[in-house]
Ligand binder design. Structure first.
Ligand SMILES: Cc1ncc(COP(=O)(O)O)c(C=O)c1O
Length: 434
């Protein structure tokens, strides 16, 4: 039974090798991805995966929890310390992932059909903040079980707090949500608190994308103004796939919403890996890493602007930014595919004014992963050149009558693209990682 993966299942072993090679040979610019450490992966693939531990430390439904109780308490303590929480705060480290963490918050503090107000998906918000399609389809649990009335960014892509206030005073939501998946500016949590107080709402911040900046105090502090803060642990925080809910101590019912409300046994291997990562987050090296993420993001954004690309909001204050492709007359889906062909991973993204999330006019670019590999501002100049050359070729071969599939079929025979692809492999190989 205890053979190595290579011996036990060569098929999966081979897929694992291919994926590792893909990650190492390419330029990873998906804003929500990162490369976690070998120590985190060691904790993930450990005997902690075997243990059932329903309940909270000291109050479990199974025996044999002495060790995992200590582990979970350690993880909670590190989480509160890493995010500089005072004694008003408590946390739950059991959510399997970010969407589940948000669902647990709603289950804990809302009644079915209560109103929620978050940033709309086409404005950069996240599905789990109550997304409903423009035709009114309630695609998510958050829009099915609650009445979601989202706010939006203005035409330049920026949050307008006066407009949010006007809407909130009319809607009177029970929960006001700050946080986004594709917003390149910081949040004014103090202003959002005033709005929440004025309409009698709880205030929650979902800092999934920016938690690395919050922990290192390089962006505004949501803990000063919010009742609840949720975060994933695998984006800028660079840990395993998991999530944490921080809540003011009088909102203890959120613990029951996680278990038994939504989940069963916690994944103790994930909790071990989160604990390992939180220790790293508290180091000076991690702060320097986040400073470099910001410097790289600004540099790459500036380089692309200098080459004539239009950037939503005109720049960035965090790890990501959005390119507005409208004046280039080519869709985000095509640019995503052609960049993928040469070895640059990005994702198509809606920009302000877009109606369809499936055929949007933007691409989202983020630098946490390339920064983890050791790339700096000089390397951003090179990456901007790769992106620019690829997009130019993408526009060259673009024709409206071609379907996306037909468009992609042209890549293989294209010498310019094949040369860029080779250059990217040799560029990426200068930054060995795993
Ligand atoms: C702001 C925000 N919240 C929540 C999530 C959901 O996290 P998960 O994919 O772990 O469910 C994401 C994921 O991208 C996100 O960007």
């Amino acid at each position: 039974m205890n053979r190595s993966l290579e011996n036990c299942d060569p098929t999966v072993w081979e897929l694992l090798n291919q994926e590792t090679a893909r990650q190492c040979n390419g330029i990873e610019l998906i804003a929500s991805e990162n490369f976690t450490s070998c120590a985190v992966m060691e904790a993930l693939g450990s005997t902690f995966t075997n243990k059932y531990a329903e309940g909270l430390p000291g109050r479990r439904y199974y025996g044999g929890n002495e060790v995992v109780d200590r582990l979970e308490i350690l993880c909670q303590e590190r989480a509160l310390k890493a995010f500089h929480c005072n004694e008003e705060w408590s946390c739950n480290v059991q959510p399997y992932s970010g969407s589940v963490a948000n669902a647990a918050v709603y289950l804990g503090i809302l009644k079915p059909h209560d109103r929620i107000m978050g940033l709309d998906l086409p404005s950069g918000g996240h599905l789990s903040h109550g997304y409903t399609t423009p035709s009114g389809k309630r695609l998510t649990a958050s829009s099915t079980y609650y009445e979601s009335i989202p706010y939006t960014v203005d035409a330049s892509g920026i949050l307008n707090y006066d407009e949010i206030e006007k809407l909130a005073l009319t809607v009177k939501p029970r929960l006001l949500i700050c946080g986004a998946s594709a917003y390149s500016r910081d949040w004014d949590y103090k202003r959002m608190r005033q709005i929440a107080v004025a309409c009698g709402a709880y205030l929650m911040a979902d800092i999934a994308h920016i938690s690395g900046f919050v922990a290192t105090q390089l962006m505004n502090n949501p803990f000063e103004s919010c009742d609840i803060v949720t975060t994933t642990t695998h984006k800028t925080l660079r840990g395993p796939r998991s999530a944490i809910i921080f809540f003011k101590k009088h909102l203890q019912q959120i613990n029951d919403a996680v278990f038994p409300g939504l989940q069963g046994g916690p994944h103790m291997n994930q909790i071990a890996a989160v604990a390992v990562q939180l220790q790293e987050v508290m180091t000076q090296e991690f702060r320097q890493y986040m400073q470099q993420v910001l410097a790289n993001s600004r540099k790459l954004c500036q380089e692309l602007q200098d080459k004539g690309y239009s950037i939503v909001t005109g720049g960035t204050d965090n790890h990501l930014f959005l390119i507005d492709l409208r004046k280039l007359k080519i869709s985000g889906s095509r640019i995503e595919k052609i960049l993928e062909y040469v070895g640059v991973s990005v994702n198509k993204n809606t920009i302000p004014g877009d109606k369809s999330a499936l055929s949007p006019n933007g691409i989202r670019i983020g630098v946490p992963a390339v920064t983890t590999r050791g790339m700096n501002e000089q390397d951003m100049i090179q990456i901007a050149q790769f992106i620019d050359a690829t997009i130019k070729e993408g526009i060259n071969i673009h024709a409206d009558e071609l379907s996306l599939a037909e468009y992609c079929k042209q890549f293989e025979a294209n010498d310019v693209l094949n040369q860029i692809r080779k250059d990217i492999i040799s560029f990426a190989s200068k930054f060995p990682f795993y």
